[in-house]
Design a protein around this ligand. Structure first.
Ligand code: PGD
Length: 748
């Protein structure tokens, strides 16, 4: 058994005599992730891209816009040939159109491993050939990361210096959890997590939890929570009514608001008519419960937390900003275990206790092209070159994109309104994808280069707040002709005359040694490697910026224009965005429908990764992604558990396998993200995903003009039983026929 790690945990593994992967969790891990069960599919699975492949239309007609992308067949091409063609195409685009015509944002989670991190490799390579148009922010918390600097001056302080779970256990009496603290997500931290402490902390928490979510299981079953089954996308209305009650009953902390905040009076004036009866009509939470909760919050050490999913919606700034305003009114910001938290249960490292150390990483160089897009505007970038849009007080323009290069991400999983994204992907001249698997993104590319998985290469692995740095050993040899992203870029760099700048003359193993030595001298690299990693010194309790601010706001001002918490921001007000005015407001979702779909993170895989793995497949119903429905909504539609249903709206439709569950409030359906998009070309009822990807239903709209963040968490939909002939799920097979005659060379 050899050590390695993944975004969902460290483990040892080996391939047994029958070619099966045997996995043992890291001995220090008290709660190994169920996602380890998916790893078998990372080996020689039929969905692995075995050899470089080029779309027939691109091979025959050359680069150019093409609506056959995603529909055309692929031809396998030898490595040298495909690399020659790709190098020539990169050169054509950069010399003919300029480097900003290359979109290399390439958003995505890729795999654990600091050196072979796919985006870092791509960005370093593109920087050595003159740069690229980048993307900014994330699909995870891209709305908050633009808003928070205006409100508290710092994103890091909120996301990475929250009270730790041990502090919460000691001090917090009440957690008011907007979006809950979903256990499924705490197994994951980008880069790796060796000791999963959060599940145990959650189970042991002895205080009270108010769970505010349409889903009862948004806290672990071991937590004794009081469930407030709120209508989706109405949390801000509830927060405003809680704030209204605090004012009406004189329970707000005037001293804190005067000393540490600006813009409270304007906000308070806006609360006048936001009483609990008003909110009850919007949220579905009885007025008496709202009043009682507000009183309880004022009487105890209270942590107001908001999950990242709440900001992944239209007007997603509002619940975050209103949550901060509410916590400020309670006057507990900066006290241990009190105040505001963001992302508990959204990711493993929020509230975790590991050290906050900078671990080695691959330098990416400098991008000479200044262009970027907010990450979730990818379809607009391709569909609307030259058009202007608002972003955080600026008016920007989309550059003209000729070549899209993706490594380590799956936009045909992560983006909204996939039918629109398909249209957007017809526009560029060339789409290049490095992928271990035939994902939907690979199937929408012109050039698909087979990448190794983390099991097939050596690396250094560690995540934020990880307790260990893992010496990631090679567990298996590469599937088919897969190559490391590094090897692919090194070969392209050689063709483009920038080999030295890209590789600095190092092999992959030499890079690992180089990065490690630049980070620490003891133990020596060989010793570290032989030991399988090293345990990092324990971290101290996070130093919280808000504690210093509370102690002396003049000596430790926030980085906002006023140095204070901006409950009203003159800067944001000055932008004049109706969808994100100068202080938190209630804005009703623009789309309504018979059911509100929650398209949240799956508990059977990380995003779309390893959807063909055992844990992921075991969670499916009738081979499709599982949709949960409240029994009353199902009964009204004649649906029972195990039925295949069609989930639809005016953007698209998908099939899913129904499960009835009263853990959902009526009127709500839940279909997690990540089933590999499987479009049925000629379905009579319009475009249909046979497999259950909810992003055919979500709208490609930004959270607001301020942040342009992803709003994919919700969609207005309806559901009906599907009695027609069932289209087969083809996404978990290879698109290349097994016995195809592979040409040794392809005529040019
Ligand atoms: P992954 O499935 O992790 O999804 O979107 P993201 O694109 O990150 O994709 C990573 C891809 O990288 C996989 O296909 C994997 O095979 C590939 N890969 C892994 N290792 C390597 C490697 O070493 N080299 C190469 N070349 N490829 C590799 C996630 C995104 O989805 C996120 S972060 C969030 S938070 C969003 N959440 C939602 C949501 O809540 N609701 C909706 N509707 N949509 C969302 N989309 C977003």
């Amino acid at each position: 058994m050899k050590p390695t790690t993944s975004h969902w945990g460290a483990f040892s593994a080996e391939v047994d005599a029958e070619g099966r992967l045997r996995v043992e969790p890291h001995p220090a891990d008290p709660a190994p992730s169920p996602l380890l069960g998916n790893l078998g599919a990372a080996l020689d699975h039929p969905t692995r891209v075995a050899r470089p492949a080029v779309r027939r239309g691109w091979l025959e007609n050359g680069p150019g816009p093409d609506d056959r992308r995603g529909r055309d067949e692929f031809v396998e091409v030898p490595w040298d040939d495909v690399l020659d063609r790709l190098a020539a195409e990169l050169d054509r685009v950069r010399t003919g159109h300029g480097n900003q015509a290359i979109f290399g944002g390439s958003y995505g989670w890729a795999s654990a491993g600091r050196f072979h991190h796919a985006q870092s490799q791509l960005h370093r390579f593109l920087n050595t050939i003159g740069g690229f148009t980048a993307s900014r922010n994330s699909y995870s918390n891209g709305t908050s990361s633009v808003l928070l600097p205006h409100v508290v001056g710092d994103t890091h302080a909120v996301l990475r210096q929250a009270s730790t779970w041990p502090t919460i256990a000691e001090h917090t009496e009440l957690i008011v959890a907007f979006g809950g603290v979903p256990e499924k997500n705490v197994f994951v931290t980008p880069g790796g997590v060796t000791v999963h402490g959060t599940p145990g902390h959650l189970t042991r928490f002895g205080g009270r939890v108010a769970l505010i979510s349409p889903l009862r299981d948004d806290v672990p079953s071991t937590v004794d929570a009081r469930w407030y089954p709120i209508r989706p996308a109405t949390d801000t209305a509830l927060m405003l009514a809680l704030a209204h009650t605090l004012v009406a009953e004189g329970l707000h902390d005037r001293g804190f608001l005067d000393r540490y905040c600006v813009g409270y009076p304007e906000f308070e004036r806006s609360l006048l008519d936001k009483d609990p009866e008003w909110a009850a009509g919007i949220t579905g939470i009885p007025a008496a419960d709202i009043v009682a909760l507000a009183r309880e919050m004022a009487a105890h050490r209270t942590l107001v937390t908001v999950t990242w999913s709440l900001q992944r919606t239209e007007f997603g700034e509002q619940p975050v900003w209103a949550g901060i305003a509410l916590a400020a009114m309670l006057g507990q910001i900066g006290l241990p275990g009190g105040g505001f938290g963001h992302g508990y249960g959204s990711m493993g490292d929020v509230g975790d206790t590991g050290p906050e150390l900078r671990i080695p990483h691959l330098p990416q160089g400098v991008n000479p092209v200044g262009e970027f897009i907010p990450v979730a505007r990818i379809a607009d970038l391709l569909l609307h070159p030259g058009e202007s849009y608002d972003y955080d007080g600026e008016v920007r323009r989309y550059p003209d994109t000729r070549l899209v290069y993706w490594a380590g991400g799956n936009p045909f999983h992560h983006h909204q309104d996939l039918n629109r994204l398909r249209r957007a992907f017809t526009r560029p001249d060339t789409v290049v994808v490095h992928e271990p698997h035939w994902t939907a993104t690979a199937r929408h590319a012109d050039i698909v280069l087979p990448a190794t998985t983390a099991l097939e290469r050596e690396d250094l692995g560690s995540g934020r707040r990880d307790t260990h740095v893992v010496a990631m050993h090679r567990i298996a040899s590469p599937a088919g002709e897969a190559r490391d992203d590094y090897a692919i870029f090194a070969a392209l760099a050689a063709r483009l005359g920038v080999s030295g700048a890209f590789t600095e003359g190092r092999s992959a193993r030499q890079w690992l040694e180089h990065l490690y030595r630049g980070w620490r001298s003891e133990p020596a690299f060989d010793e570290f490697w032989a030991a399988g990693g090293l345990r990092l010194p324990p971290g101290r309790e996070h130093h919280t910026l808000f504690a210093d601010f509370r102690a002396d706001p003049d000596a430790h001002p926030l980085k906002t224009p006023s140095g204070r918490i901006e409950i009203t921001s003159a800067t944001v007000a000055g932008f004049g965005y109706p969808d994100c005015p100068g202080h938190p407001v209630w804005l009703a979702p623009t789309e309504t429908g018979p059911l509100r779909l929650i398209a949240n993170q799956p508990h059977t895989r990380l995003h779309s990764q390893l959807d063909a793995g055992d844990t992921s497949r075991a969670g499916k119903v009738a081979g499709r992604e599982r949709i949960r429905l409240n029994p009353a909504d199902a009964a009204a539609r004649g649906i029972t558990t195990g039925d295949v249903v069609r989930v639809f709206n005016n953007r698209g439709a998908c099939l899913a396998g129904a499960v009835l569950d009263d853990a959902l409030r009526p009127g709500v359906a839940q279909l997690p993200t990540g089933a590999w998009f499987d479009p049925v070309e000629d379905h009579a009822g319009g475009p249909l995903c046979a497999h259950g990807n909810p992003n055919v239903l979500t709208a490609d709209i930004p959270s607001s003009r301020l942040s342009q963040g992803c709003a994919g968490q919700h969609a207005a939909v309806d559901v009906e039983r599907f009695d027609g002939p069932l289209p087969e799920v083809r996404a978990l097979r290879s698109p290349i026929p097994p016995q195809v005659d592979r040409p040794a060379t392809v005529p040019r």
